[in-house]
Design a protein around this ligand. Structure first.
Ligand code: EPU
Length: 336
């Protein structure tokens, strides 16, 4: 087992950023984990690349890049009440969701069409249309290449919160090998999100397949396809502010879009804040803001990380000036 040198990562990240890895190794089989940990032993910095859908990659990456391409889906256990399913980290998330629906394992349909791999899904606790990964996850299987051991994290040990988990912080160096999902056989649709609740195709018969189709339709209408236009989905988290700050903002901006949260706080729609600053459809250098969803930064052609950083900083600055709210970036910035 050895490295590929100066590997072109441009086609391996959803933003399509021009990027090269000095040392790249691909992980296709769990048997290769030991060999990979041997390559990492000298304490060299490294990072694990999945589907590349939630990263901003620097132009030249000197860290070792481990490309997780482990495949396989299996039913681990079936009880009278649940299905326990294990999917390898390198499985494409959307294909896995589709596979589950076809086999009658319902519960992931609201998360259809989210780009990226299964292994990346717990890192940022993906969420959409009223469901977060943490609501469906049983455990995460990860490999610690430094101590050469496998660790299984229970749902609680993953320390999930909104677009965040243990794997973004202390667990950064772990190689997630598989994710286990616990899906109840007693299926219940989640239609709390207005776009689904009001969807014309969900007014009569509501099935998991119908929700899956509706989510795909909404996402295709609102969000750019990364295969056509480079993007990493929502670029900023929806900021959470205190009830007092919310009330002050609401008084100044009556159209403010916000959702009440537990513990006397509110989640603001960052897309709305950015839109109000006039960024929708605008371009800066080789990066731009999507014309239908201001929360999405796009590669306007041959963009590098520096273009993304420049536009992200300009947006953050404008939102801070106008609303006094600091936006936090969602994708992980992989620096040189
Ligand atoms: N809005 C605007 N202008 C915009 C964009 C949004 O006014 O340019 C307003 C909308 O009208 C709406 C509100 O902001 O009232 C919220 O917009 P939307 O329903 O599109 O959802 P979001 O909060 O922007 C979040 C997730 C998405 C997820 C959707 C649906 C985050 C950071 N983003 O977006 O996740 O698909 O809800 O659940 O939480 C992702 O993480 O990559 C992602 C796409």
């Amino acid at each position: 087992m050895d490295f590929i040198q100066q590997k072109d990562l441009t086609g391996l990240n959803a933003m399509g950023l021009v990027s090269y890895a000095k040392n790249y190794v691909s992980l296709c089989n769990k048997k290769e984990l030991k060999g990979i940990s041997g390559l990492l032993e000298k304490g060299a910095p490294y990072f694990v690349l999945g589907g590349g859908s939630n990263v901003v990659l620097d132009k030249q990456i000197d860290q070792i890049v481990v490309h997780n391409q482990l495949k396989g889906v299996k039913l681990l256990q079936e009880t009278t009440s649940h299905w326990l399913i294990e999917a390898a980290a390198g499985e494409v998330w959307h294909d896995f969701v589709l596979n589950c629906i076809r086999r009658g394992w319902y519960g992931l349909e609201n998360l259809a069409l989210i780009p990226g791999t299964v292994g990346a899904s717990p890192v940022q606790n993906i969420g959409a249309y009223g469901v977060e990964l943490q609501n469906r996850l049983d455990s995460v299987v990860a490999y610690d290449p430094i101590n050469q051991q496998e660790i299984v994290f229970t749902n609680a040990q993953c320390r999930f919160s909104y677009r965040d988990s243990y794997f973004k912080h202390e667990g950064k160096g772990l190689i997630i090998t598989a994710v286990r999902f616990l899906l109840p056989k007693q299926w219940e649709p989640v239609l709390s999100y207005p776009d689904l609740h009001n969807h014309p195709d969900l007014q009569q018969q509501v099935t998991a397949q119908a929700i899956f189709n509706a989510v795909c339709e909404i996402r295709q209408r609102k969000l750019p396809d990364p295969k056509v236009t480079g993007n990493a989905g929502s670029f900023f988290k929806n900021p959470i502010v205190s009830a007092q700050q919310y009330r002050e903002l609401k008084a100044r901006f009556p159209a403010l879009v916000a959702y009440e949260q537990p513990e006397n706080s509110y989640k603001l729609a960052a897309g709305w804040l950015i839109d109000q600053c006039g960024w929708k459809g605008r371009q800066l250098g080789n990066a731009g803001v999507h014309a239908r969803q201001a929360l999405v930064i796009i590669n306007a052609g041959n963009a590098c990380a520096s273009d993304i950083v420049a536009i992200a900083n300009a947006i953050k600055n404008d939102v801070l000036q106008k609303f006094g709210v600091l936006l936090e970036q969602e994708p992980v910035f992989v620096r040189n």
